[in-house]
Design a binder for this molecule. Structure first.
Ligand SMILES: [Zn+2]
Length: 288
């Protein structure tokens, strides 16, 4: 059991008549639309994204549930976890890409599809393991969260289930879709959701300002998560790394939940409130 691209499409369909605009930010290697949901009327812009990694589909399920419950609260003019969401809605526009890597998620959830043109290559990359336990990359074995242009470098030397940075920065269409949207919309803050660890990363290469640490500490207080600075390969070529380096704004990686990937779907209830609070806290920091 998991949360695959068809689940995402179904949930997107179910909210399309509500206070959202849904559009495609680009196409994956296998031609799937990388959906983005826009919500709100504000001048400030907060970018949320998840499932850069195949096994981390719980982040997509989380973001879609957040969108639904957030619109419910806005429509009912209710407080949500103590936050004045009507005011957030009027001041901050959320852009959400719940599943940056839909091909990778489908491989991790459903195994290999014979129509995948990389079929034989992919089998050779996985060896004796099952796709459901190891697949993090996109459909041609590139790890999207090592493919951004921030101290980009080779971690793995060839296409693999995880940690291959690609032939060059932004070589993958999934990376490009995110980069182009970020450049176009000039976001004020970025939150990239991964699993797992119950951690918040806020820095890249010492470039984050004092405000970023302060915001991370507030988010940590809201969620019970730990504030962390990455060490080693976790710090190469990630989306929030590139965002901090390129724009000097606040960018965070949130590692939801705790356990071994893929985290079970039954964990969604446990991780929901703590991560919803992280998003709401981030939105408030933008000046509501
Ligand atoms: Zn990840």
């Amino acid at each position: 059991m998991g949360y695959d691209y068809s689940d995402l499409l179904r949930e997107a369909e179910s909210i399309k008549e509500r206070k959202v605009k849904i559009f495609s930010a680009g196409k994956s290697i296998m031609g799937k639309d990388i959906l983005c949901v826009k919500i709100g009327n504000g001048n400030k812009k907060l970018f949320l994204s998840g499932a850069y990694h195949g096994l981390e589909y719980l982040t997509s399920a989380f973001l879609m549930r957040f969108i639904r419950e957030y619109i419910d609260a806005v429509e009912e003019k209710k407080e949500y976890f103590g936050y004045d969401v009507s005011s957030i809605y009027d001041n901050v526009t959320l852009y959400v890409i719940p599943m940056v890597n839909p091909d990778g998620v489908d491989i991790a959830v459903n195994g290999l599809d014979i129509t995948n043109e990389y079929h034989r290559k992919l089998i050779s990359m996985v060896g004796i393991h099952s796709f459901n336990n190891v697949w993090q990359a996109n459909a041609r074995g590139v790890d999207i969260n090592h493919n951004f242009d921030a101290n980009w470098g080779m971690v793995a030397t060839k296409p693999s289930p995880t940690k291959f940075s690609g032939e060059y920065p932004e070589s993958e269409p999934e990376t490009k879709a995110v980069v182009e949207l970020v450049r176009k919309e000039k976001f004020d803050m970025l939150l990239a959701f991964h699993s797992q660890g119950r951690e918040i990363y806020y820095d890249f290469d010492g470039l984050a300002g004092a405000k970023s640490l302060e915001t991370a500490q507030k988010m940590a207080k809201e969620s019970g998560y730990a504030v962390c600075i990455p060490k080693g390969t976790a710090s190469f070529g990630g989306c929030k790394d590139w965002f901090i380096k390129e724009f000097g704004k606040e960018g965070f990686t949130v590692e939801i939940g705790y356990g071994k990937n893929p985290l079970p779907m039954s964990m969604l209830c446990d991780v929901y409130e703590e991560n919803a609070r992280i998003i709401l806290c981030g939105a408030m920091e933008l000046g509501v």
